[in-house]
Design a protein around this ligand. Sequence first.
Ligand code: SF4
Length: 345
Amino acid sequence: MGDTLVAEAPRVLDVRGLSIAFRRPAGPIRVVRDVDLTVGHGEIVGLVGESGSGKSIFARAILGTLPRQAEVLTGEIGFVGSDLRHMPPSQVRHLRGDRMALVPQEPMTSLNPSLRIGRQLTEVLEVHRPEIRSAARTERAIEMLELVGVNFPSERLSQYPYQLSGGLRQRVAIAMALICGRVELLIADEPTTALDVTIQAQILDLFVRLQTKQKMSVLLITHDLGVIAQTAQRVAVMYAGEIVEMAGVDDLFAMPRHPYTRGLLDSLPRAGGAARKAHLPSIEGAVPSPAEEPRGCSFVNRCAFGVDLCRQQQPQLESAGAGRSVRCHRWQELADQFVRRDAAP
Ligand code: SF4
């Protein structure tokens, strides 16, 4: 099991040694490898990495929504003191939407296109809060729409998702995720990727306000470190199914320890620079296929600092100072040249 960056506050989410594989005729292919990750009460933790790094499948394991061909091989998924892996599926289903919820990248995946907004919101209450009477459900739906910044909330109840803009749909999806009023862990999976930059900033601001107001914890999954800078307190960088670096956000931006993190940061625009690109630019090469589990460092084929040792021996996640950990044989040698004096999260 890898070393861990431990949250200061009591943990809402406490994942230990989690490995997830896809079943294949030739044997399981591991797509998440021995991941430890904690989220404290009232904390926003970012999980960042390129498409194909394993972060979304990690989130699905927490929510108990892994695709049929995937399975958890090892590890524990602690949620407020209980191990979700040992909970009956019906209980996990009940927790989902009640005490933990997902905001997906594309709100249409959580909204039903053929149902009015009001019906969709009150339906969640019918399932998870049956003690709330019908008239009060509608009031609660209006309150939630107001809370997430939807204008004309009463009028919106009779609209269909296609009648709303992308930003409004995402606000409605967030309202749906939180309407039960008991959510302790919100998992947001690329919640702003489909939105333009202005709306993206508004939605991120909304996450921070809601997290403070509702005192919930957030696991924010994204390919964009810029999104993390605006919202999270801590960040875990995932590459090829492994955590390669964990740190507080300010430390990570000022002093990245892993060459991959450095590459991600270098791909962000500097102050006054060009607008952020929609996808990670130019760290040469691509995330290796999970079928080619490397003997050494999983980043070696893209790393400008690789040496023989990196090809032969897998680096372990090791402590790199208070509240930090990194998976790189050479992080100490490289530390000085990785300091970013112009860092501006
Ligand atoms: S272990 Fe070697 S190849 Fe891997 S990130 Fe560090 S320097 Fe690069």
